[in-house]
Design a protein around this ligand. Structure first.
Ligand code: T4K
Length: 401
């Protein structure tokens, strides 16, 4: 049944999904293959420290990204290890419209985040970067390829070259994204990716760095292993960011589904697009004309009442997320940092954006039904929306769990 012909859950109907579908639900892992791989790891007695599976995984990720790859324990570690190897310090330009890990990495490196607004692509606005750099020297740039989209790498690259500063792309959400047929990990001085369980390609926990600079890759490899360069020899400050063989086994099993899952995500995205694109109250984020994406996220912006719609979707068993409300610049560790200029697009997106579920928990026809539901909720009259059975505070705001 089409979502439009049934009674909404917030109006007393049965939920659309009895078993909730969620943003971030991990894609299925082939348990039999993983169990076999884990048994082999245990029998081999090589559990971590650059073992054979970690090497194989690293090599395959490098081939996929057309660059040197350095495997680490998570995406945050990828940012920290690469950032340290690049000597990121001083004032680092970074968007506020991102997952908080991007900005935490800047802070943990001992640098100062300088917030730059995004444009309609949800990625760093090169014009805002230019204005901010003109207002005060910038020592490095950390743009974020958000929701599987791609930053304007040409404009950002030109500006960074003009300032003679490194660019560390946070590509945590963009494994599989390409620009003019080039994998996204080939751009900038280096890029960092996440292989977390919520990512479409995962090692349960994991991450990696890519760079075209062989010497930089080698330095990152050393820095992920305490700065050790040989027996009894330590050349630099380092940490422990090595991936275990168990995680590499999980990552390798999942990597074999790369093409299948990318095609599945594309089919779900197309189903969403078919119903969302004609609706003027919903705008669906897409990659630019020169790029392709594995569609790891489905992000929409709603014209009004985002939180009421989020609650109504939850009642239907569609568990969405307000990624990335309220904007990192509004979290307590960063709220007192002076802004060089206001962040109007970030503020607007923080008020209106919603991430919808995708991945192999859904069929394309499920995606279509969710899309139809979103359209029904987004086009309902304000009076109808006010009648919905969602929890409101005494100030008439929707209260989220
Ligand atoms: N930069 C960017 C731009 C990033 O997006 C991230 C991570 C990073 C850097 C850092 O990479 P890592 O160090 O994490 O590798 C989740 C993830 O924990 C995080 O990896 C991810 N971005 C971020 C966008 O999403 P939360 O706080 O939203 O996670 P949580 O626990 O609320 O889970 C999200 C949803 O997924 C829930 O609906 C539950 C569902 N879920 C989650 C897990 C872990 C499951 O169904 N099963 C699971 O096993 O951060």
């Amino acid at each position: 049944m089409s979502a439009g012909l049934r009674q909404l859950a917030v109006e007393g109907g049965a939920p659309l999904f009895a078993e909730p579908v969620r943003v971030g639900a991990p894609n299925r892992v082939d348990g039999e293959r993983l169990a076999t791989a884990i048994r082999q790891v245990i029998d081999r007695r090589r559990l971590t420290n650059d073992g054979p599976l970690a090497r194989e995984y690293e090599e395959r990720l490098g081939e996929l990204c057309g660059a040197h790859a350095v495997l680490v324990v998570n995406g945050t570690a990828a940012l920290l290890v690469a950032g340290r190897a690049l000597g990121l310090s001083g004032r680092i330009a970074v968007p506020s419209w991102t997952f908080v890990a991007s900005v935490h990495a800047v802070s943990l490196l001992g640098a100062e985040p300088v917030f730059v607004d995004v444009d309609e692509s949800h990625t760093m606005d090169p014009l805002a970067l230019e204005r901010i750099a003109a207002a005060g020297a910038i020592d490095g740039v950390m743009p974020v390829h958000l929701f599987g989209g791609a930053c304007d790498i040409e404009a950002i690259g030109l500006q960074a070259a003009g300032m003679d500063v490194p660019v560390l792309y946070d590509g945590a959400q963009a494994l599989g994204t390409t620009i003019r047929d080039h994998p996204i990990g080939r751009f900038g001085t280096a890029s960092a990716f996440s292989l977390h369980a919520t990512k479409w390609m995962s090692a349960i926990e994991g991450g990696f760095i890519t760079t075209e600079d062989a010497a930089l890759a080698e330095e990152c490899r050393r820095r992920r292993n305490f700065g050790i360069v040989g027996p009894d020899a330590v050349a630099m400050v380092g940490t422990n960011a090595k991936m275990s063989e168990l995680h590499a086994a999980a990552g390798l099993v999942q990597l074999d589904r790369f093409d299948e899952l990318a095609a599945h995500n594309e089919a779900c995205f197309a189903a969403y697009r078919a119903v969302l694109d004609p609706c003027p109250d919903v705008s669906l984020l897409d990659v630019g004309p020169t790029g392709t994406s594995a569609r790891p996220y489905v992000a929409i912006e709603l014209a009004a009442d985002r939180d009421v719609i989020l609650a109504a979707l939850a009642a239907e068993g569609v568990d969405c997320r307000r990624y990335f409300f309220p904007g990192v610049h509004r979290f307590p560790p960063y709220a007192d940092l002076p802004l060089v200029e206001p962040l109007p697009v970030t503020e607007r997106l923080a008020a209106g954006c919603l991430a919808l579920p995708t991945g192999d928990q859904l069929t394309p026809s499920d995606a279509r039904r969710i899309g139809e539901l979103v359209v029904e909720l987004a086009t309902a009259s304000p009076e109808r929306r006010r009648s919905w059975d969602v929890v409101r505070s005494h100030r008439d705001e929707v209260v989220l769990p």
